[in-house]
Design a protein around this ligand. Structure first.
Ligand code: NAP
Ligand code: F7E
Length: 325
């Protein structure tokens, strides 16, 4: 019988961490999830699988905690999903964003190098690295021009992953993932902000939602589809970098149309444009070319844009009902 594989997931309490942990458990892995200390427990996204996970305390700001976890749990694969991931916050907390989202990657890579260089490593890179895009669509060779401290930090995380692969021969791969959403998305991101607002308006709890740039365009996919790509990258003989995207782009305005329509509402009666949600520098248009992921790791999407947004609106209406609204 093949030995049980063990994976460490940093950021396991986040949107992607929860879907990835489910996938790894389904594949028969022992899943070690790293959680950082907080004054209240925030395990909502993993509550349904919590008993099957081994949750261990640690922080990407603290290299000793990472070394201890690797020494004690000896994973075969490490998925680094931990980050300060909200772009808007990165202008307010640029140094913290750099510490967690950029240097956190080096801390993990170094801990791997020192404890067990055979560990396979996944880095959660981002389409935000393309920023002021040089070409459309964006692929693995497109140059980076990040437009936020978050994007800059992700560029560092990406290149340090490539560098440790080239310097030390680590099996380190970087997934350049475009926006991916789900009912588990944080409430501050625009898709979930809109789906949650639609549910509240539908149930008479609110009358409007205030948004920023309605013309901005994103390539939005479903998080459940994207975590399959992360796992597939680490099953390849050779480490590499892959763009993961749907290849379709939609504006925030279209997102509003689909979301409000799902609840039988007219978005123009409820959406208010508010300057406070505009960004100091914007990424206007993102659309990815995932041909390499399709060809080399057989990655495909199962959930399209309209289905995704409808799923999120339905889930938020259900959630509010369950909360007794
Ligand atoms: P998310 O929901 O914001 O989750 C981020 C996770 O990182 C949370 O579990 C958070 O823990 C943890 N974390 C933050 N700071 C940490 C620290 N100092 N030490 C340890 N853990 C820390 O993000 P996501 O959407 O799942 O994204 C996962 C990763 O993919 C992130 O690196 C993100 O930047 C990247 N990414 C996301 C997308 C996307 O569209 N979702 C696209 C490209 C790349 P708490 O729960 O304690 O806050
Ligand atoms: O913004 C516009 C906003 O915050 C999308 C993260 O997962 O994906 C995510 O970053 C767009 C932007 O995601 C509001 O200006 C308009 O153009 O949902 P978002 P993001 O910044 O694209 C990338 C790939 C990551 O890696 C990140 O970790 O929507 N927008 N009005 C708004 N955005 C927000 N949040 N709120 C608004 O009111």
């Amino acid at each position: 019988m093949a030995p049980t594989r063990r994976a460490l997931v940093t950021g396991v309490t986040g949107q992607d961490g929860s879907y990835l942990a489910e996938l790894l458990l389904d594949q028969g892995y022992e899943v070690v999830g790293m959680v950082r200390r907080s004054s209240t427990v925030n395990f909502e996204r993993i509550a349904h699988i919590q008993d099957s996970l081994r949750l261990v305390p640690g922080d990407v700001l603290d290299e000793v905690s990472l070394l201890e976890i690797l020494r004690e749990h000896r994973p075969n694969e490490v998925y680094n999903l931990a980050a300060q991931s909200f772009v808007q916050t990165s202008w307010r907390q640029p140094v913290f964003t750099g510490e967690a989202t950029a240097l956190g990657v080096t801390r993990i890579l170094d801990a791997i190098r020192l404890t067990d260089p055979e560990i396979r490593f996944y880095q959660a890179s981002s389409s935000e690295m393309f920023g002021k895009v040089r070409e459309v669509p964006q692929h693995e060779q497109t140059s980076f021009h990040p437009r936020s401290p978050y994007g800059v930090a992700k560029v560092y995380g990406h290149w340090i992953t490539v560098n440790y692969r080239e310097s030390y021969g680590l099996h380190a791969s970087s997934g350049i993932l475009f926006n991916h959403e789900s009912p588990r998305r944080g409430l501050e991101f625009v898709t979930r902000k809109v789906s949650h607002a639609v549910a509240r308006i539908k149930l008479g709890l609110d009358s409007e939602v205030r948004l920023g740039n309605l013309e901005s365009k994103r390539d939005w996919g479903y998080a459940g589809d994207y975590v399959r790509a992360m796992w597939a990258m680490l099953q390849q003989d050779e480490p590499d970098d892959y763009v993961v995207a749907t290849g379709e782009t939609h504006s925030v305005r279209e997102l509003c149309e689909v979301a409000f329509e799902r609840a039988g509402l007219d978005w123009e009666r409820h959406v208010v444009v508010d300057e406070q949600f505009f960004r100091p520098a914007e990424v206007d248009l993102l659309v990815g070319d995932a041909s390499k992921a399709r060809d080399r790791i057989a990655w495909t999407t199962e959930v399209g844009f309209v289905e995704l947004i409808q799923m999120m609106v339905d889930a938020d209406i259900d959630l509010l009902h369950r909360e007794g609204a």
